[in-house]
Design a protein around this ligand. Structure first.
Ligand code: COA
Length: 162
């Protein structure tokens, strides 16, 4: 049986923490789809456009063979069904992630049957990284080279630096 997993997120932008999780997930599943959400939760207003977030993710993940980067503008459950995926992959960095992730996984279980949410933890060196912190550091002229792919760092400097 071929197992397809979807790793959904806003990826605004993709960070080394996301990349670490994708590299781990790619070893476990036959096909791993990175689903870049055009409309994530209503409280999130992405700094980068859908196309920019897709392009940055494709560049940063070009070295991982069984990975595809695809945008989606529907309910995650509908995207999972359309791709015939069996697994939703998410990262858990700290206890603080748990409550939201538990809610998300439980809601998705109500919306689509026979799909399991699988959680992986990133390497400890990335546990503190978040896209919004990286954007904040870049906007104020800080060096983000340790946290993102070089082309993402360039895009951040071009877009956000005051
Ligand atoms: N390493 C480092 N950082 C990580 C990480 C990792 N392994 N995993 C997550 N993060 C960070 C991200 O950088 C991001 O930080 P930010 O909030 O400061 O930007 C945060 O954790 C979570 O972002 P992300 O992983 O991109 O996920 P998300 O919570 O934005 O994604 C969706 C949520 C897209 C999965 C969800 O909103 C969704 O499914 N939307 C589609 C519509 C839908 O179906 N809604 C109903 C859902 S039940």
């Amino acid at each position: 049986m071929t197992v397809t997993a979807i790793y959904p997120g806003t990826f605004d932008p993709i960070t080394n923490g996301h990349i670490d999780l994708v590299e781990r997930g790619a070893k476990l599943f036959d096909r791993l789809i990175i689903g870049v959400a055009a409309f994530p939760s209503p409280s999130k207003k992405p700094a980068f456009s859908n196309e920019e977030r897709l392009e940055m993710a494709r560049t940063a993940l070009a070295h991982v063979p069984n990975v595809e980067v695809t945008g989606f503008d529907t309910l995650l459950a509908h995207f999972v069904a359309a791709e015939n995926a069996q697994v939703i992959l998410r990262g858990l960095r700290a206890v603080s992630d748990f409550e939201y992730e538990f809610q998300l996984a439980s809601m998705n279980r109500q919306l689509i049957e026979n799909v399991e949410t699988v959680f992986l933890t990133p390497s400890e060196q990335y546990a503190f990284i978040s896209s919004s912190l990286v954007r904040e550091v870049a906007a104020l002229g800080g060096n983000v080279d340790k946290f993102v792919h070089p082309q993402v760092a360039e895009a951040l400097a071009a877009r956000l630096q005051k």
